[in-house]
Write a protein of this length. Structure first.
Length: 247
């Protein structure tokens, strides 16, 4: 089916497609997660990373039950013309082969689409970008190359770097963000990461998210020290700090 907006949305086997989408819960309204847009959030279970500071261990392990597809469909239909966008978060939404199908469906309903991703599936990002199926990408830059595997549990830095380069060049809204627990990442690591972003001519926000103590995938203790923002090297793009202790 081709809509007036030009997006193709196959409806031949919707139940099979929904079965490939491990959506486990829904946040009906947010004005903080999709910059400048009202939105809802679909939360995906499952992740291919094992970051110790992750505050969503149940999402990572897929412990939650899936939300019935008919309830998601009803909700989205009821919000057409009321909400501007849908955020696909998790977990890691790009692990699902049906993600492009879902994005086409959302676009056909008139929603803007934002995805939160760890960048481990560049081929899926490329498909979404090439088809114009995503309007905003929030990319988690977990660590510099030397610490990428110890922090994420994944060895293939090259896949993330491909995603990073793709997002930097994308002509859509984007932000790159890093979560800092000072026992894992220090100011020198952040300077190394932002140096790479500068080399790639990145000009969006670089978000530094401070670790908030609580239950995590790796049961991390509180940070041994505060992060010192004064040690960061100035770059030609803005730093945005969230949940950071005052220095």
């Amino acid at each position: 089916m081709k809509t007036s907006r030009g997006y193709h949305c196959s409806i031949a086997k919707p139940f099979e497609m929904w079965a490939k989408l491990p959506v486990t819960s829904l946040t009906p309204f947010t004005f903080q997660d999709f910059p400048e847009h009202t939105a809802c959030i679909l939360w995906f279970a499952g992740c291919n990373m094992a970051c110790a500071y992750c505050h969503n261990p149940d999402l990572v392990t897929g412990a939650f039950k899936r939300l019935p597809s008919d309830s998601i469909e009803r909700f989205l239909t009821s919000r057409q013309g009321l909400l501007e966008g849908v955020v696909l978060s998790g977990g890691e939404c790009t692990l699902s082969s049906a993600l492009p199908w879902l994005c086409r469906k959302l676009k056909a309903k008139g929603f803007k689409v934002k995805i939160d991703t760890n960048g481990s599936r560049p081929e899926r990002l490329e498909e979404l970008l090439n088809e114009g199926l995503v309007d905003f990408i929030a990319l988690d830059f977990k660590a510099p190359p030397s610490k990428y595997m110890p922090i994420t549990g994944l060895k293939n830095w090259a896949l993330f770097e491909r995603s990073l380069r793709m997002v930097v060049k994308a002509g859509i809204g984007r932000e790159i963000r890093t979560t800092v627990h000072t026992d894992l990442l220090d100011e020198g690591d952040i300077n190394e990461m932002t140096s790479l972003l500068e080399e790639l001519s990145y000009r969006g926000n670089f978000v530094v998210q401070g670790f908030v103590h609580g239950p995590t995938l790796g049961n991390l203790p509180p940070q041994g020290r505060n992060f010192n923002k004064a040690l960061l090297i100035e770059r030609p793009f803005p730093f945005v700090f969230r949940n950071m202790a005052k220095q």
